[in-house]
Design a protein around this ligand. Sequence first.
Ligand code: FES
Length: 468
Amino acid sequence: MSVPCALRSYSGKVAQRPYDPSPAFDARGKIPAAPYDPSPLPGTAPAYEAHLVLHPARYQRPDTTWPSHLESVSPLVSELSSRARAGGSLAGFGISVSEGDDDLPEAHPPWDAHRDKAMRDPPNQAAEDELFWLYAYGSSGTFVQWHTPLSLRTLPSGEAMRSQLVTLFENAQNTNEAHIYVCTHGMRDCRCGVVGSELIDALRAQWEQHAQRCASQGQKPLKRVRIMPISHVGGHKWAANALVYPHGDWYGNLRTTDAPYVQTTHISLLLRAALAPASSRHDIHDMRERLVVWPRWRGRLGMNALQQQAHRDAWGPSVVFPAHLAPRAREELQATETHDTVALRFRSHEGQWFEVEGRLGETLMSVAKRHNLPAIEATCGGELECATCHAYLCDANADQLAQGQQDTPPAGADAILGDDAWISDEEDDMLEYALRRKASSRLTCQVRVTPGMAAWMKRGGRIELPPH
Ligand code: FES
């Protein structure tokens, strides 16, 4: 089986893999026309209240030196990311990293692009000499910069930072600057590394041409547009992803060959969107909404998925794009009237057993929902946006009736789960939000019923439901 570079082994056989760009190309070695995945775009931007982007201020940190999880190399990123988790002081904020200006000195040694996220330093033991400028983007087209570069030692604690940011957003002035961030995080997902890097080069070249054209006419561009790489923002399957700030608009499925969104003889629609006003008037003269690139629009900062979809319906063109009609990422195989079934055993946290029939090809989430099993809410309906379908797929202990071996994946996971033995980056990210994640944890909307599960069940295998 060929293994996409974004996947890791559930059974732990392959812990590290160098950045292999080949899965981003098609059989002819070319970047395929967008999209990699036909799932609908509107509503896929995360519902952030604000987005914080750290810009290295002491050393250059080129995107080629970014490991899959930047928390492993930067204690400050690690600290801010944990504050941004549910229940933390920055919950609802997105945290990302850019690479720092070219005129900064090179770091010696550079970040280790192959460092595993499990190797992160505890913040209070880290020899931390990192400094970052903090760019903060609010939900109403606002941009503020933290007054001094931040390090772990100067980072305000807890709620203080949140309330200072809220005050800064409230007093923010209009800026004559726009920022286009392109995800080029190749160690996180090769598709972003390949098509993101190509996109950023193309946009920079276009901006250069536009600035020269303005200069030759004795004019200045309407705004200064900076085009910068950004670390993982989610949605690799819609690579290349670009964020236009401070407008707050997220775009996906971008290709440099994709005229006129990116490539054009004059100025691409993406750059025009960046030059538009950053906040909306919502009237007939509203240049901001008119210049949104709707066919590639994922959503907007400050809106949840439903609001993004409603906003696109209200303001976008009345055209249905074929890609919007296709099924979601992990499609269930078509169930037939005479479907084959496998007897599956679920165990609740309280020790109650459920023997149910699973249809080959349907997800374990769907099996649990059909039989009204407890603790599987699946509020996002299998769209990988909620982690409320979390369960443990595990082998039995010596006492077959007791809780199983939740701290290890089931032996022979590849034979049991087939292709679904591989956890995608998207599932791995969403599992971080599952309560009590363990080595046997999976999101059941990402695991389909296979024939191999029958033998596993005979050996005492089970799907154990979490306490919630
Ligand atoms: S159902 Fe929401 S992540 Fe699985």
